[in-house]
Design a protein around this ligand. Sequence first.
Ligand SMILES: [Zn+2]
Length: 668
Amino acid sequence: MSWMRHCLGTLSVGAMLSAASVAMAAPTNVSVTPPNNARFLLGQKFDLRVEGKGVGPFSATMSIDGVAQAFSSGAQNSLTTDGISSAGFGGFNLRGYSSLQPGLHTIEASFTDSTGTVNATANFEVFDVRGDRAGARNVIIMLGDGMGTAHRTAARLVRYGATGGDPNGYLAMDYFPATGMVTTHSLNSIVTDSAPGMAGYTTGTHSFNGQEGVFPAHVTNAFYFPRVEYMSEYLHRTQGKALGLVSTADIEDATPAANAVHTGNRGAGTGIVDQYLDESDPADGRHSGTGLKVLLGGGRRWFLPSTTFGSSRSAGSDYAQLPADLIAAWHLPSTAAGAADPTRDLLTDYQNAGFSYVDSATSLAAVPTGGKKAPTKLLGLFGYGNMNVALDKLAKRRNVLVPGTTTFAVDDYHAPDQPMLDEMTSAALNVLNRDKDGFVLMVEGASIDKQSHAMDAERAVDDTIEFDRAIAVARNFAEKVDRRTVVIVLADHECSGFSIIGALNGTVANLQALPPDGSVLSPTAVPARQAAVGTYDLAGFPQYSILADGYPSSFDIDGKLLFGFGASGDRFENWLTKPRPIVDSLLTSSIQAELATAGYPAQPVNRSQADGFFVRGQAVGAAQAVHTASDIPISAYAARAAMADQFVGVQRNTDVFVKLMRAVLGGY
Ligand SMILES: [Zn+2]
């Protein structure tokens, strides 16, 4: 049996050993949830589940610290069990559990099918961070998606330059008093995607890639997975705090959703955007829900009925009726029960729930500010998919076309008047600051990641500068408006193996005059544009000219910074600002088709064949660059230094949750 013991890891084969007539048959894929070594805040809610695959009927048992537990769903000795398990699986759930006993706890479970029984165990820890000092009233998480150390350095070099070995100035995030490093791994890989990357900070636990606010399971709908309570939900339930989500991404995207939505499929946009509202606790009953009061970003396509231009709503990405025990244990209102409703007019539903709605920079700027004049809830949707990036928004604002184009990208994206992230952050704080119970605010600079995937260095760096300007707004709030605020700046993972490799050796005019060398593929031939890279001494100290709006007038200066991508896909590189962004994959297909016709490349490899040299992807072929497993930097600010100092050193991504909760509940 040693081979089997090995294969099953922590599982042990039970009753089947004594049944001589049963050969090697036993249920497979037996697991207990939460996964081994999960940690929970004292009183934080989570779902337990025992599941396995085999030949029904199925039954299961579960105890915690030796005390037998009753399941809230899952009929014993039946074929259907809980009615939500995947084909061939049986599942048994205990929804909405929590523990008030700090320390280590042991779950022991058994799963039985018609051929035998398999046991499974898992440990979990409950931690108590309460203290006797007044805690932070507000938490602001500034999440630069995909932002590694090199992105920060690049933004600083472009924005401020350097002379004689020293930076000429520093970013707002550089001025944060405490900086450390964070590991970014998910439950099933060293390389995370944004869903468990963000959820590690907001739940304190790991999940599989693609999953947010849940633990892995085999169930028939992405919204049936075992849940773990978010920071926003815990603090709304126990303290009445509000939640704000601000992102330059489509608002269904993984990073904002991993603050408020429980799903095993980060792509289930219809259900995700429905759940933001359905579980926002619109009546402010404070038994459940997130307290969502601000939602600003792209993604209008999910709010429009499926029959409307630009809509992406579909039954296939929605949630069906939620299980009764889930609704009961999480105290969800009947309005959150759910139904596949692609024709739902979600814009109207948000407004009926008290949200003011804005759809442009102009209407956002017109939102009243200051005390009671500000609305109590604010929804802003500034594009159909992801918002355009800073470089393309600024082109329109300055009324200066990006070289090589004849139209503005924001016009082509059907979103001509989009706000910058600092403007969105200010608006969010004006609304949230009305809430006397405090708030959790997550602000995402989303396209640092998306443009690094696209290996579009200039757009990635401009978005890092945009993100830093939003950080300055958050810091000002924490320093001048409400000093009971803790602010952290971090990423969910690094993207693309971004690096600053040197600077252009010569002028942009010389670069533009170089011959086409897209077909130079022999290892013995040096493409002219490869020879243009100035390394070491030849890089010198590039100096960009910064306009009054705070951004460089152009990235194409003589001696410009040049960037590389260690986790790259195939591309053609000419070192010049790319005229157009690649087509946003989160736009509805009709707008994507328009952009393709207008000359927007579908993938990085589709641009610059005529004048760039071919760079073979190190990580993938003709696809976008990928995330890396690198640690990411974290910077923290709080008026009380001890709150920020917690984040110094190397820490796990799930430790960030523990430390933020200690700031709120423990006062340091
Ligand atoms: Zn990400």
